[in-house]
Design a protein around this ligand. Sequence first.
Ligand code: GAL
Length: 382
Amino acid sequence: MKNKFVVKTPPMGWNSWNTFYDKISEELIISTADAMVENGLREAGYEYLIIDDCWSSKERDENGNLVADPEKFPNGMKSVIDYVHSKGLKFGIYSCCGVHTCAKHPGSFEHEFSDAKQFAEWGVDYLKYDNCFRPSSVPGEILYRRMSMALRSSGRDILFAACQWGRDEVHRWIRSTGAHTFRSTIDIQDSWRSVEQIANSQFEHMYSNAQGCFNDMDILIVGMHGGGFNPETSVGGCTDTEYQTHFVLWAMMNSPLIIGCDVRNMTEKTKEILTNKDVIAVNQDPDCRSCYKLDTYGSPDAFVLVKPLSDGDYAVGYFNFGDAPAHVELHFWDMGLSMQAGHGLDFYDCLKHEQLGVKSEYYSATVESHGCRLYRCRIKEI
Ligand code: GAL
């Protein structure tokens, strides 16, 4: 298969790790696939159902192949994958560039080509590829190139999701390995501080995030509310305001949108956040331009992100990371609109789905602690 565009915009889907940890099974995957269709997630664009670490037996079989854990997957992996495909979804699997995965299941080191072939035979569409138990003498760059090449030779289009945690200045070289996404941070936790820390760590890397290879800021915690079986992720939870801000940040920063909560039991608010068409349209804009960050007049903890969209509009996000409400004021000349230009901006509120009218020179809003606004702005003559 030659050079097919496997991914045009940041991938969207669901991953088992944040909530289910090692508690994965055929039943979980089937019921999650059903839920993704029934509750409108597939329709909203979430197409990959991804199983993370702990799906395989602790040993390879006598031929050196990976085998699905027979207790978790009594009918093997192919039948689960066939079921996921029958629901109009794609299937993602997990392995590691080291000798073991992070949870000490077999890794793909020195098995890259045979594992890729097996994944292709099973019908896998996405591979998350981790970074644990890697020989320190072999640079990550070589190992990710190797699996990329193995996938390209597998005969199937498989999205290659590198998970190298931002180590070794990964944003500088990962695109040239052929990977389609790259994890740029340590693991997310279900807390506001984690969201804030990940976002702050990636503003300086936004230039390396573009079509063909997207900066993966990790699985979403939206809707987890402190639940789940993962002791590393589940550390207390966030408010719905904080989950909303997290989702808008990931959307504006072109991160993949991979849901991490139990989609079989979502609150109405969680569903509303995750299926907001206007926010998703910003993330999935075909130009995939990175956004830029502006300081705002008023509060040191608040800032604005601006992302030019393919139809000439601008997505504009107001964010308040502070612990008190903030007055956020955007002066349009900071976006390039001169006072003499004779143009203003027509504001549409993507969270309330309301037209706010044409504003000239500046627009301000009071944003609650850890809150955000997202506007879609069109240039208009005034
Ligand atoms: C980590 C990775 C997590 C998860 C976990 C599985 O290295 O960052 O997202 O995949 O391994 O053990």
